[in-house]
Design a protein. Structure first.
Length: 421
C-alpha cells in the first residue's frame, strides 16, 4: 500500500520540479559559465576548398581558328566527366557550321582567283601578240626606208638627207618598240605570278581549313580521367556552351600524384595568409581522413565570385600526401595555421564583453558577479588570448547575469594598462 502511495507522490514531485525550472519564472536567466584554458593557442583561418591536380594534360579543341576569324565554337557532344580514356579515344564533338561557312568563302575565293589567272593569261597573250605584230611592221617600215635611201642616191643632196633621217627614225622606233616589248613581257610575267600566288594562297587556305576541321572532333592526347574545364564563374562546361578560340581547352587529364586544394579567402582574413604556412586538410567525403598541406600561392588581386558577398582572393594549397582516394572536385576543409603560441591562457569569445572601448569578462564572485577588465591578445574563430585580468580558477559568465550597468567594474591598474598599451 505504501509503495502505491509513493509512486504518485514521486510523479507529483517531478512535475512540480519541472514546473519550477521551466514554467515557474519565465524571466529567470540560465547561467552559462566557462573557465579559462591554458596551453597552446592556435590562430588559424578555416575555409572550404576544392581539389584539383597540380599537373595535368590539356585536351584542346581547334588551334588556329582565330586565323579564320572564328572566335567561339559551340560544343555539340561530350563524353561523361570522369570517363577513363586511352590515347586517341573520342572526347568531344564541336560545331563546324561557322568554319564550314569559311570553307565555302575560301572556295569562292579560289574560283575568283582562278578566273583572274585565266584573265591575266588572256590579256598578256593578246597584248604581246599585238606588240609582236607591231615589231614585224616596224621591221618592214625599216626595210622600206632603206630602199628609199638607196634610191635617193640619184636625187639631190636634200632628198638624200631626208631619206637618211627617215631611215634613222625607223631604226630608233624599232629599237624603242623592241625594248617596250621586253618590258611588256616582264610585266605580263609579273602580273601572272601575282595572280597565281594569290590563287596558291587561296588554295592553301582551303587545305588549312580542311585540316582545322579535323580538330573539331577532339581526341584524348594520352590516357587518363577526363575532367572538364571550368568557366569564369566556377561552373563546368557542358554541351551547348561555347569555348573561346583564345583558350580552346575543353578538358584536362589530371595527374593524381600531386593534388592541391584551391580555396578563396575573404579580404579580411587574406592579410594573415602567407606562402609556406602549414594547412590541415580534411575531406568532406571521407571525414576520418586527415591530410596536411602547405600554402603555395596567394593571389595579389581580389575577385568577385558567385556565392560570395565580398571580394575574395584565390589561395592554392598543395597536398603533401598522395592517396588514391583523392579526386578532382572533392570538397575540402582547410585549416590554415597562422600562428601557434605556447602556454597561454585563453577564453571563449562569448565570454568577452566590450564597454566603452574596453574589454571585460564577468567573473562569478559569490552571489554578486563582477566585471574585470582584461588585456587581450591574438584571437581565432572561437577563442582569444587573455594576457591580464583572469586566473585559471576563475569562473566566467558567457551569458550576461542581469543588467551589465549594475555590475561592479574592476579595472586593471595603471601600470598594467600602460604595459599592455
Amino acid at each position: 500500500m505504501q509503495r502505491k502511495i509513493f509512486i504518485p507522490l514521486g510523479l507529483i514531485a517531478t512535475v512540480i520540479f519541472l514546473w519550477l525550472i521551466i514554467g515557474g519564472d519565465s524571466e529567470e536567466r540560465v547561467e552559462l559559465l566557462t573557465s579559462p584554458v591554458k596551453g597552446e593557442f592556435v590562430v588559424d583561418v578555416t575555409t572550404t576548398g576544392e581539389l584539383r591536380a597540380k599537373n595535368s594534360t590539356e585536351i584542346k579543341g581547334p588551334q588556329g581558328a582565330r586565323e579564320f576569324r572564328v572566335n567561339n565554337i559551340r560544343i555539340q557532344r561530350l563524353i561523361p566527366e570522369g570517363t577513363i580514356v586511352k590515347k586517341g579515344d573520342f572526347v568531344a564533338e564541336l560545331d563546324r557550321s561557322e568554319i564550314m561557312g569559311k570553307l565555302q568563302d575560301a572556295q569562292l575565293d579560289v574560283e575568283q582567283a582562278q578566273s583572274q589567272v585565266t584573265q591575266a593569261q588572256l590579256d598578256s597573250t593578246l597584248e604581246l601578240s599585238q606588240a609582236r605584230d607591231n615589231l614585224i611592221n616596224l621591221n618592214y617600215a625599216l626595210e622600206e626606208r632603206q630602199i628609199e635611201l638607196d634610191q635617193s642616191k640619184f636625187e639631190s643632196p636634200a632628198v638624200q638627207r631626208q631619206a637618211e633621217i627617215e631611215l634613222d627614225k625607223a631604226r630608233r622606233q624599232l629599237a624603242q618598240e623592241t625594248r617596250n616589248y621586253e618590258t611588256k613581257v616582264k610585266q605580263a610575267e609579273a602580273k601572272l605570278r601575282e595572280v597565281e600566288t594569290e590563287l596558291t594562297k587561296k588554295k592553301n587556305e582551303i587545305v588549312k581549313i580542311n585540316e582545322l576541321m579535323k580538330q573539331f572532333t577532339v581526341y584524348a592526347p594520352e590516357q587518363g580521367m577526363v575532367i572538364y574545364r571550368r568557366n569564369w564563374d566556377g561552373s563546368k562546361i557542358t554541351e551547348g556552351e561555347q569555348i573561346s578560340t583564345w583558350n580552346p581547352t575543353v578538358a584536362e587529364l589530371p595527374d593524381f600524384t600531386i593534388m592541391e586544394s584551391v580555396t578563396y579567402i575573404n579580404e579580411v582574413d587574406i592579410q594573415k595568409v602567407e606562402v609556406g604556412q602549414k594547412v590541415y586538410v580534411g575531406l568532406d567525403a571521407v571525414p576520418d581522413k586527415q591530410l596536411t598541406g602547405e600554402v603555395t600561392s596567394v593571389a595579389n588581386i581580389g575577385e568577385q565570385r558567385k556565392n560570395y558577398d565580398s571580394k575574395v582572393f584565390e589561395v592554392t594549397i598543395v597536398i603533401n600526401e598522395s592517396d588514391s582516394l583523392l579526386r578532382p572536385a572533392m570538397t575540402t576543409s582547410n585549416q590554415v595555421i597562422i600562428d601557434r603560441i605556447p602556454d597561454v591562457i585563453s577564453v571563449p569569445l562569448e565570454a568577452i564583453h566590450a564597454v566603452d572601448s574596453l574589454s571585460f569578462v564577468i567573473k562569478k564572485d559569490g552571489l554578486n558577479p563582477v566585471m574585470h577588465q582584461v588585456e587581450l591578445g591574438l584571437m581565432n574563430d572561437n577563442s582569444v588570448i587573455v594576457h591580464r585580468g583572469v586566473l585559471m580558477e576563475d569562473e566566467l559568465y558567457i551569458s550576461i547575469p542581469g543588467d551589465i550597468a549594475d555590475l561592479r567594474k574592476v579595472l586593471l591598474n595603471e601600470e598594467i594598462t600602460q604595459k599592455g598599451n
